[in-house]
Design a binder for this molecule. Structure first.
Ligand code: PEP
Ligand code: MN
Length: 298
């Protein structure tokens, strides 16, 4: 397998490709997974966009988001009912039973017919989440929760595995292999920023690893999505990093979009509003066309 020999880093060896993640690895240079989820094509000429608030705060908010992101051309509504909050103190908008949040998400999907991606943190909610989700999201914090990945993969629901902010490409592909070995072929990977000592401002927690997009695509056939919202943690940088991700060849984009970003219940520094999202969709479409003759908008 020549790709491994050519790979300049020392992280992934030919041996790894053969023995550690044979299912996630490309079989030849042009090998790329193509599949459809709820009518949306992955791995082809279309670059799907997942957009919505960080958290499903209320029924009203999530329905509003669903309508507006769909209007601007998003393919999936994102939003966490269950949230891996870094600190245990919760906003008032975090209802104690997050099953409530799932119901609101279901209602938004019913009213707008937009497919949904939402995070799963605990296996005990798997059945309930599967009733609503078109894609199960494994958050960065659970990237190496192999029992959770295995149980999710067994349902054969599409799975998106976010890269842990300290994980190498090798570790990330190992997580994908856990899902693939269960016979689930609809596996998506998502880069969402890595920890780095090089912070550019006091609140910058992560750095978008744009280079991991082409690096991962050299090794794996799975679609690689980029999430500049969690990576930058800073609204003014989100649009440019989304455009850069499209230019770098990302196979999908995840964005946090909120009607009133400053009052988002979680991470209010990072969501963009509907207006900026609409403009960004058009710009991403132009970049996709000129960079790789792909499209974001129909
Ligand atoms: C999210 O997408 O809502 C999220 C919590 O992301 P991450 O796991 O990348 O922090
Ligand atoms: Mn699209």
């Amino acid at each position: 397998m020549k790709i491994a020999n050519k790979f300049p880093g020392k992280d992934i060896s030919l041996e790894d490709i053969k023995t550690k993640f044979p299912l996630a690895a490309k079989k030849n240079k042009n090998h790329k997974s193509k599949f459809s989820i709820s009518g949306v094509e992955f791995g082809g000429n279309n670059i799907p966009v997942f957009a919505g608030p960080n958290m499903v705060e209320s029924e009203k908010l999530i329905i509003n988001c669903a309508k507006n992101v769909k209007k601007h051309g998003a393919d999936f509504l994102r939003g966490g009912a269950f949230k891996p909050l870094t600190f245990p103190y919760r906003s008032e908008k975090y209802t104690e039973t997050r099953l409530e949040g799932l119901k609101w998400l279901k209602q938004a999907k019913l009213e707008t017919k937009i497919p949904v991606i939402t995070e799963i943190m605990e296996e005990k909610y798997l059945d309930k989440i599967c009733e609503v989700a078109d894609i199960l999201q494994i958050g960065s914090r659970n990237m190496q929760n192999y029992p959770l990945i295995t149980e999710c993969a067994k349902t054969q629901k599409p799975l998106m595995i976010k890269r842990h902010y300290g994980a190498s490409l090798r570790d990330w592909l190992g997580a994908a292999e856990y899902a693939l070995v269960e016979g689930n072929k609809k596996i998506i990977l998502c880069e969402r920023g890595v920890s780095t000592p090089h912070t550019h401002r006091s609140t910058s927690r992560f750095m978008l690893d744009i280079q991991v997009i082409p690096a991962a695509q050299e090794i794996t056939h799975l679609p690689i999505v980029s999430d500049p919202s969690h990576a930058t943690f800073w609204r003014p940088w989100v649009s440019s990093m989304a455009l850069a991700s499209v230019a770098a060849g990302a196979d999908g984009i995840m964005l946090e979009v909120h009607p009133d970003p400053k009052n988002s219940a979680v991470d209010p520094l990072q969501p963009i509003d509907f207006n900026e999202f609409g403009k960004l969709m058009k710009k991403m479409n132009s970049v996709a066309k000129s960079a790789s003759n792909r499209k974001i908008l129909k």
